[in-house]
Design a protein around this ligand. Structure first.
Ligand SMILES: *[C@@H]1O[C@H](CO)[C@@H](O)[C@H](O)[C@H]1NC(C)=O
Ligand SMILES: *[C@@H]1O[C@H](CO)[C@@H](O)[C@H](O)[C@H]1NC(C)=O
Ligand SMILES: *[C@@H]1O[C@H](CO)[C@@H](O)[C@H](O)[C@H]1NC(C)=O
Ligand SMILES: *[C@@H]1O[C@H](CO)[C@@H](O)[C@H](O)[C@H]1NC(C)=O
Ligand SMILES: *[C@@H]1O[C@H](CO)[C@@H](O)[C@H](O)[C@H]1NC(C)=O
Ligand SMILES: *[C@@H]1O[C@H](CO)[C@@H](O)[C@H](O)[C@H]1NC(C)=O
Ligand SMILES: *[C@@H]1O[C@H](CO)[C@@H](O)[C@H](O)[C@H]1NC(C)=O
Length: 414
């Protein structure tokens, strides 16, 4: 334990700010939930309307096709202010205040104009109508923490503008948020499960951040709500990384022990994998696992730092880079567990491409404890910058462009 602490201290001990940053994310859910309406209705599909929807068979053209040999996660960011951003803060009224960095006073906007360019191929241009056609009569669900929620928010923004008002809805049904495109009988959902397995942080509207207790062998409270979902996208990382050890149980709930985080993460992933194997039918369902979203908490990692963080960064890193916030042991566990699965779970390995984007975080242009930062707090970035969450439009849009590329590729196999 002692050696782990002294050697790996940096990798685990985020600044004290981390805990409250996570809290921002959770509180956001609390605030949003107050507005929840039609709680029970939401578990049922709305009646089909009389209105007949014309199906538009989708065609996948050659320039939308990615060769199997192309590693879409390897490449570089290129400036492209013609095609990006794919939407704006104004055009997506559903965006939460936590991510609208422009509205919150961020002076630079070039973080919105970068396009991910894989080395060996091009990503197809995002087409919301095609995506909705792929999702016809289906549910797409993102499962994880507040970082994963931003991927959900991004996806909703990417598609909502092509759906007429009155034919789309956003509901909060804790621990889910559900966006529906009525004419397609399609839903895009978010499910709050920051550790994937059960924990005392699962209550979407009331959970502690500083005290964590994870049930490494229990997942059924969550998984019963994942059953039958057509496309599942999982993510879980930053909540594990607060300290080198984490309190958890395995079996007997009275036997709480401090586990090495890597040991606990592996046990939790194995519990998740067991459920995947027993419940997923590969021929009708698709499962994705998203690797860790990087943090940019110490600027000495990419420049002669002054003890600062991501605050003030307005350009991506344009050279090989991997920060200490992305834990290689955790990456190895993900690789092992997915490698041993008999069910096909596809990896969305977004860590490296996001590592370059030290400019993409909300920094001081977000919220803390449900409130936008005050001028005084904004002038104290060392204590108040959020270098975990991302502005939208921004980096999570690219994660979705990649997910779209893969789904489009598979379309005929549905
Ligand atoms: C924790 O796990 C890591 C990775 O497997 C290992 O290197 C380390 O020695 C473990 N520490 C303890 C205290 O078990
Ligand atoms: C796009 O970027 C180019 C090159 O930096 C710049 O000259 C141009 O003004 C930009 N266009 C817009 C609309 O921002
Ligand atoms: C609507 O979508 C749901 C969920 O994917 C599906 O179970 C149902 O069969 C669909 N309804 C119709 C009329 O196709
Ligand atoms: C799981 O659900 C059961 C029954 O609703 C409940 O008693 C238990 O506390 C839940 N577990 C967690 C970790 O929330
Ligand atoms: C939140 O949970 C704590 C501990 O379970 C409980 O004491 C408190 O009353 C809850 N608060 C609300 C607003 O539900
Ligand atoms: C585990 O729980 C004990 C008792 O509540 C607490 O003293 C300890 O700090 C916790 N450990 C971690 C790593 O949070
Ligand atoms: C993800 O990509 C990185 C390099 O970009 C690689 O080091 C890592 O092993 C990959 N992760 C998995 C689980 O394959």
């Amino acid at each position: 334990m002692r050696t782990l602490l002294s050697v790996d201290r940096r990798r685990y001990l985020f600044p004290a700010a981390l805990a409250s940053l996570l809290f921002i994310g959770s509180l956001k859910i609390i605030l949003e939930n107050i507005k929840t309406i039609h709680l029970t209705d939401a578990f049922f599909w709305p009646q089909r309307t009389e209105h007949r929807v014309v199906r538009r068979p989708i065609t996948v053209s050659d320039d939308e096709t990615i060769e199997r040999s192309c590693n879409i996660f390897q490449g570089k960011w290129v400036w492209d202010n013609q095609s990006h951003p794919l939407y704006t803060e104004e055009s997506c009224p559903l965006l939460v205040k936590q991510v609208t960095c422009q509205k919150n006073g961020r002076p630079d906007s070039s973080y919105q104009n970068w396009k991910w360019q894989p080395d060996g191929c091009n990503l197809p241009r995002f087409n919301a109508l095609k995506l909705l056609e792929i999702l016809r009569d289906k549910r797409l669900m993102f499962v994880g923490d507040s970082v994963q929620r931003s991927m959900f928010d991004s996806m909703v923004c990417l598609v909502q503008s092509v759906i007429p008002e009155g034919k789309r809805s956003l509901q909060k049904v804790p621990p889910r948020k559900i966006f529906r495109a009525e004419e397609y009988n399609a839903s895009i959902e978010f499910y709050w499960a920051p550790f994937l397995v059960e924990s005392i942080s699962d209550h979407a509207t009331n959970h502690t951040v500083m005290k964590r207790l994870v049930r490494l062998d229990s997942i059924s409270n969550h998984s019963k709500q994942w059953e039958g979902v057509d496309i599942l996208v999982y993510e879980s990382y930053v909540w594990w990384m607060y300290k080198p050890t984490i309190n958890a149980t395995y079996g007997n709930l009275d036997n709480v022990q401090e586990y090495n985080v890597t040991t606990a993460y592996r046990l939790a992933m194995e519990t998740w994998a067991k459920w995947i194997e027993s419940s997923i039918s590969s021929h009708v369902q698709k499962v994705f696992f998203m690797t860790m979203s990087p943090t940019h908490l110490w600027n000495w990692e990419w420049k002669k730092g002054d003890g600062g963080n991501c605050f003030g960064e307005s350009q991506p890193i344009q050279r090989p880079y991997w920060g200490t916030g992305s834990n290689l042991d955790i990456m190895g566990i993900v690789k092992d567990v997915l490698g041993q699965l008999r069910v096909n779970v596809r990896l969305l390995n977004i860590t490296q491409l996001s590592e370059y984007r030290k400019d993409g975080h909300t920094s001081v242009y977000g919220e803390r404890k449900g409130k936008l930062l005050t001028k005084e707090q904004q002038s104290d970035p060392k204590n108040y910058a959020d270098c975990i969450h991302w502005c939208l439009p921004g980096v999570p849009d690219t994660w979705n462009e990649i997910l779209y590329a893969v789904l489009l590729q598979d379309y005929r196999k549905f």
